[in-house]
Design a binder for this molecule. Structure first.
Ligand code: NDP
Length: 374
């Protein structure tokens, strides 16, 4: 069984390099309608980090067709006990942060989903890869492009997939906007606006500790505007400018950004104008303008339902649980080499990290910073 599984996994990695199927707008919908072929393999996942988002993912996995939660990696024994009984997880599939390298000898786990504080992702993903398991990692994939690249390299060396938890890449209304843009229904794209933020609470949480977070709002929520600008416009930016405003330097210490406005320039003159903040609520809005049409989405990246208007009417694609669809699609990527409409691989994550690095540099220097994402 182990040999067959390993063969299939390696085979699907090679197939990935060869097969680039055309975009099938029905794929996300098919998934949301719970259709799965009888002989589809099931991806057996262990979650690392049983916090707020890990809990959400675990619940969403219960509705997956092709994914099963089979293990946990946690530093909190009481949570492990809870999860064992809630999700029927056997003791042999429970690990802590010291002993999880032993997962390499556990044939019942195919992949580990890393859902811990940002700065821990790099070492944890590299250890998962060295254990021969596929790695799924939350955004931001790391706290710098250099760290992100090291993760990509480690997974390549180990022959395992590295997938980033970009759940919006599977969200039906988002995919519909991408289809409209690709089919020319918006004409020539001219402008994107992405506004992403919320008021952060507890000043003692890891998100406000630079060592664990690697930055403030930008790493956490601003990344949605960066990633969204790229998939909405459908090009890679070539420069960035950025400005920072801080109203509370006690809560938002050195290295923790509170509010940053930034502008991305694209090759054909398209501009993205974005806002990332930990100081404003109800900020979750995308706007895309083309020569023949427009799209306005609000909420645009929250857990949903994602809603929006276009010049041709409202967006009416099915409402799905993002993490359920994401996980089923990730099983298809791993086992069949399926190519999602917008990539979720490690390279995609590194591009966002390069932009974040450049935004921080632009804030510091006040200069326009050139980007090379190719
Ligand atoms: P939480 O603080 O709720 O949970 C993080 C968990 O990581 C903890 O509960 C803990 O689990 C584990 N952990 C390990 N080491 C540490 C440490 N030194 N300090 C704190 N926790 C530690 O965070 P979230 O779940 O909200 O975020 C986790 C990751 O998920 C982040 O990278 C974040 O950006 C991402 N995220 C993504 C979202 C999305 O929509 N894609 C939404 C929310 C978050 P344990 O006790 O089991 O060890």
């Amino acid at each position: 069984m182990k040999t067959r599984r390993l063969f299939l996994q390696k085979a699907s990695l090679s197939a990935m390099a060869l097969a680039v199927p055309a975009f099938n707008p029905l794929s996300a919908m098919t998934n949301s309608m719970n259709i799965v072929s009888k002989d589809s393999e099931v991806l057996r996942v262990a979650i690392m980090g049983l916090g707020s988002y890990g809990t959400r993912v675990a619940e969403a996995i219960q509705d997956c067709n092709r994914v099963k939660l089979v293990g946990v990696i946690s530093g909190t024994p009481s949570k492990v006990e809870d999860w064992k009984s809630t999700y029927n997880i056997p003791a042999k599939n429970c690990y802590d942060y010291d002993n999880f390298d032993a997962i390499k000898d556990n044939p019942d786990i195919d992949a580990v989903y890393v859902i811990t504080p940002n700065a821990l992702h790099k070492d944890q993903v590299i250890r998962v890869a060295k254990a021969g398991k596929h790695a799924i990692c939350e955004k931001p994939m790391a706290i710098s492009a250099e760290d992100g690249q090291a993760m990509v390299d480690a997974c390549k060396t180990a022959g395992v997939h590295l997938l980033i938890g970009y759940r919006m890449h599977f969200e039906p209304n988002t995919l519909e906007v991408i289809r409209m843009r690709k089919d020319g229904e918006l004409g020539e794209i001219r402008f994107f606006q992405g506004l992403c933020g919320f008021v952060i609470g507890d000043p003692t949480q890891w998100r406000l500790d630079r060592i664990l977070s690697g930055g403030g709002a930008m790493m956490d929520i601003g990344i949605y505007a960066i990633n969204g600008a790229r998939y909405m416009i459908g090009e890679e930016p070539i420069w960035v400018t950025a400005q920072e405003v801080k109203t509370d330097s006690e809560k938002f210490k050195e290295g923790i950004d509170e509010t940053i406005t930034f502008q991305l320039g694209f090759p054909n003159g398209v501009i993205a104008s974005c806002l990332s903040t930990y100081n404003m609520n109800n900020l979750d809005r995308f706007y895309l303008n083309g020569s023949n049409g427009w799209v306005e989405m609000q909420p645009s990246t929250g857990y949903g339902p994602i809603e929006g208007q276009t010049h041709a009417g409202p967006l009416t694609e099915p409402i799905v649980t993002h993490q359920t669809v994401q996980m089923d699609e990730m099983a298809a990527i791993i086992f069949e080499g399926k190519q999602p409409e917008v990539p979720v691989n490690g390279e995609e994550g590194v591009k966002d990290m390069k932009i974040i690095d450049a935004i921080f540099e632009a804030v510091k220097t006040g200069e326009k910073v050139a980007l090379n994402l190719s």
